[in-house]
Design a protein around this ligand. Structure first.
Ligand code: BGC
Length: 332
């Protein structure tokens, strides 16, 4: 064999080995990254994990944290909850980077948009496992996703709206963001669910930037610009309460149908009063608890599922009061 042929042959073999061992390699990196014993306030922990949410000061994320802290306590983990106080992609990405620099044993976060994929991949290449929570970026090398099937949750909302309005509604959607994966999937699921219904028309779609105040402003503008709108769909936790606030102020009871997301105390209060007719229940507590558990399994070399979908269902006034489990978002 000529020298060149040998080189080409070697390169072929090498690229085969590289491609075959890709997954094995990253699996090994996780195992090779020995968790240091961490001391904090005199307490010894086996692992140090970080949970980076979209918005720290958000009741929904506080429930994710609550679940994660419960699991952390059980498994001897020091769990830090850090990230943007209010939704901010740059701060979110920076926090993930900082966590990686400080060589934590695992990072749990969302895969909100395309900027998250290369960062998550880089963190994993450094040997730090990443589990996505609540929002996935499937094309990254994250080990596992735990959270709602966001497309399906939007689809469920669409079907609930059809049932509750008997297939006749002029709908406005207020979404947390036009650009974030989970919000896009929820809207897509909703649109697919209603697309063959002749009597359902989507009149407008606006974004709230994960802000309750902005959701209220957008709801107000929609009512001004489209007097024929008689239904709203809010696709993130604060959208429903923002919409409800405006609808109570400017419309008579029963004039507008609202379907929201999540079971924050205020949302439940609006459901009880009849301002919001239905909401999509997610399981933030289970997401947090399960994410820590997945991380422990990963570090211990166990095989973990690449996707864990938590439960999603529709809740209406007749389903109140919530069961113990729902209240805590899991009640563990
Ligand atoms: C979403 C979270 C989001 C929150 C915003 C929830 O419905 O699942 O990702 O941060 O709404 O309020």
């Amino acid at each position: 064999m000529s020298r060149l042929a040998k080189l080409v042959y070697m390169a072929g073999v090498l690229s085969f080995i590289v491609s075959c061992s890709f997954t094995v390699f990253y699996g090994y990196m996780v195992l090779a990254h020995k968790p240091a014993e961490v001391k904090d306030g005199g307490i010894k922990y086996k692992y140090h994990f970080v949970l980076v949410p979209e918005e720290m000061d958000n009741e929904y994320w506080r429930l994710v944290e609550k679940g994660a802290q419960a699991a952390a306590k059980k498994y001897g983990v020091l769990l830090e909850y850090v990230g943007p106080k209010q939704a901010n992609i740059d701060v979110h990405l920076k926090t993930i980077e900082m966590a990686a620099v400080s060589k934590v044993d695992g990072i749990m976060t969302q895969g909100l948009d395309d900027q998250f994929t290369p960062l998550i991949n880089r963190v994993i290449e450094q040997g730090i496992p990443v589990v996505t929570v609540d929002t996935d970026t499937e094309n990254s090398k994250r080990f596992s996703y735990i959270g709602t099937d966001n497309y399906y949750s939007g689809y469920l909302a669409g079907k609930a709206l059809i049932a509750d309005t008997k297939g006749h509604a002029n709908v406005a959607i207020i979404t947390g963001s036009f650009y974030k994966n989970h919000q896009q999937e929820r809207v897509k699921g909703f649109k697919d669910a209603v697309k063959s219904e002749k009597g359902i028309h989507i009149i407008d779609i606006q974004e709230s930037e994960i802000s309750r105040v902005r959701a209220a402003e957008k709801a107000y503008q929609i009512l001004q610009n489209h007097p024929n709108v008689n239904a709203f769909f809010g696709t993130s936790a604060l959208d429903g309460v923002g919409i409800a606030q405006v609808v109570e102020q400017y419309k008579k009871p029963g004039q507008i149908y609202i379907i929201s997301f999540d079971t924050l105390p205020e949302t439940l209060e609006y459901i009880r009063k009849g301002t919001i007719q239905a909401t999509v229940v997610q399981e933030p507590y289970e997401m947090g608890y399960g994410a820590v558990k997945l991380m422990i399994d990963l570090i211990n070399g166990k095989k973990v599922p690449s996707i864990v979908h938590t439960d999603t269902r529709i809740l209406r006034a007749k389903d109140l009061p919530l069961t113990r489990g729902d209240k805590a978002g899991g009640g563990k």
